[in-house]
Design a protein around this ligand. Structure first.
Ligand SMILES: [Zn+2]
Ligand SMILES: [Zn+2]
Length: 365
């Protein structure tokens, strides 16, 4: 564990990162601050991977390779061009990983340890970027990530065998019809009925896909916009936006396919055309059984409080991209029942959970 002076250093680093929040994909000052900290305080090999930072503790060839990942991005401040604030606690996660870097100093773990400081978690791009630009990630025997989680007992480790957090994506369906005078709507092609049908029929599609199996697959209606307020004109274009969310990526893919097929068939019948777009794609964050069992045994062995969740989290996490490449495990550290929710205006990372988070990471070394 860190001594008091090192802990004070980590808290000061966390506050410095907090003071300079940067939006997803623009974390240059954050990366520079972490790089400067690691170079000043550790002997890790620090590598700028254009857009993210890799710091490696190397003990030798032929040893098992493991990784730990933290995020760097802040969330946008609504209604501003480039305003950002650390409303998800990534300032804390980045500082915690720097605390692990201090703990690795002069230590023999029998493994080579890679610290991954990734950008752009909030958009789902950063995990993908790490996988695309660092193929060696596939050689890791285990990769870990943690997140602070409000609403759960403070300092408790929260995790789950199998799916920890849902897959999700935004689906946009755009339909182009033909305008007509409101007195002769049959002369045009009005997309409103088809868009409404798509919105209303998705629960039935979900039922068909799940076939009675007990796992989550849902759609949230995000937006429906069509036509205008000119009462002489039949609508000729419209857009439906839905968020698809579920325990398995394959279910979401199947649902998106059905929605596309229904939209395409409806458009073909009515002489309209449609376009689809997927946005904010996050795969499911599913823990590897072997890594999970080992980690939970280590946590319990170190006397740390572990709570295994009954249900996966409904939110999504872009660590799912990394878990598609390497076996790994994601877990939470409880912020306390009274802590305001992530992304809410009142939320701010609580330095008081840093020791518990570091104890969990140390147990994994
Ligand atoms: Zn977030
Ligand atoms: Zn987050």
């Amino acid at each position: 564990m860190l001594n008091a002076a090192q802990m004070a250093q980590i808290i000061a680093l966390r506050r410095a990162i907090h003071e300079r929040p940067e939006r997803s994909g623009r974390e240059t000052a954050t990366i520079a601050a972490i790089r400067a900290f690691l170079e000043a305080n550790t002997t890790l090999a620090v590598e700028d991977r254009s857009g993210w930072l890799l710091a490696t503790h190397r003990e030798g060839d032929g040893l098992p390779e493991i990784g730990f990942r933290a995020e760097l991005d802040a969330i946008p401040v609504e209604g501003t061009e480039d305003g950002a604030r650390h409303g998800c606690g990534h300032d804390g996660h980045a500082a915690i990983l720097c605390g692990l870097a201090l703990m690795l100093e002069g230590r023999r773990t029998g493994r080579n340890v890679h610290l991954i400081f990734q950008a752009a978690e909030e958009t789902g791009e950063g995990g993908r970027q790490v996988c695309a630009t660092w193929p060696e990630i596939a050689g890791l025997q285990a990769v870990y990530a943690l997140h602070n989680i409000p609403g759960f007992p403070r300092n408790h480790i929260l995790t789950r065998r199998g799916c920890f957090a849902c897959a999700s994506c935004g689906l946009v369906v755009r339909i182009q019809g033909r305008p007509a005078h409101a007195a002769y709507p049959a002369q045009g092609a009005n997309p409103i009925e088809l868009l409404s049908r798509l919105a209303l029929e998705t629960p039935k599609m979900i039922g068909d896909i799940l076939g009675g199996e007990d796992r989550l697959l849902m759609r949230t209606l995000i937006g429906l916009r069509a036509g205008g307020e000119n009462f002489g004109l039949s609508a000729s274009e419209g857009t439906l936006c839905m968020t698809l969310r579920g325990h398995r990526q394959a279910d979401i893919d199947a649902l998106a396919d059905r929605i596309r097929a229904a939209a395409s068939a409806g458009c073909a019948d009515a002489g309209m055309t449609c376009e689809f777009e997927l946005r904010d794609v996050f795969p499911d964050t599913t823990n590897d059984d072997r890594v999970y069992d080992d980690a939970v045994a280590r946590f319990r062995g170190a006397g740390l409080p572990v709570r295994e969740l009954d249900e996966p989290m409904r939110w999504s996490e872009d660590f799912g991209w990394i878990l598609q490449r390497a076996p790994g495990m994601y877990f939470g550290i409880g912020d306390g029942e009274d802590c305001p929710g992530l992304h809410t205006e009142c939320f701010s990372f609580d330095d008081g959970i840093i020791p518990a988070a570091l104890a969990a990471l140390e147990a994994l070394l």
